[in-house]
Design a protein around this ligand. Structure first.
Ligand SMILES: [Zn+2]
Length: 105
């Protein structure tokens, strides 16, 4: 399992937890004293835009994870995973770039 490092947009802390959903959006809560349980939202699309998530999608698919497992694991929608994997198939050179990038990390 890969945990997505989720950060509080106010203080930058990763000491955040899930705090239910509102209108289908996942709400998070920050546990630091600074924010004193301030809540915030993180869009699925926002996660997918973060560097690292896209290569994580690919790495997990290589490991044999299904689309659903990957989306659950990374906290992004299955649509994002599918479209990302489709892009990969189309751009072989990009795929190799991701692989070497992962190798050097
Ligand atoms: Zn905070």
């Amino acid at each position: 399992m890969i945990l997505v490092p989720l950060q509080c947009p106010f203080c930058g802390s990763e000491d955040v937890g899930k705090h239910g959903t509102v209108n289908g959006k996942q709400r998070y809560i920050c546990h630091t004293l600074e924010c004193s349980h301030r809540t915030f939202y993180t869009e699925y699309t926002y996660n997918a835009c973060k560097s690292g998530v896209k290569s994580d999608i690919y790495k997990q698919s290589v490991n044999g994870s299904g689309v659903r497992a990957i989306s659950r694991c990374l906290g992004i929608s299955t649509d994002t995973v599918i479209s990302e994997l489709k892009k990969r198939k189309r751009h072989k050179s990009y795929q190799q770039g991701i692989l070497s990038d992962a190798f050097h990390r």
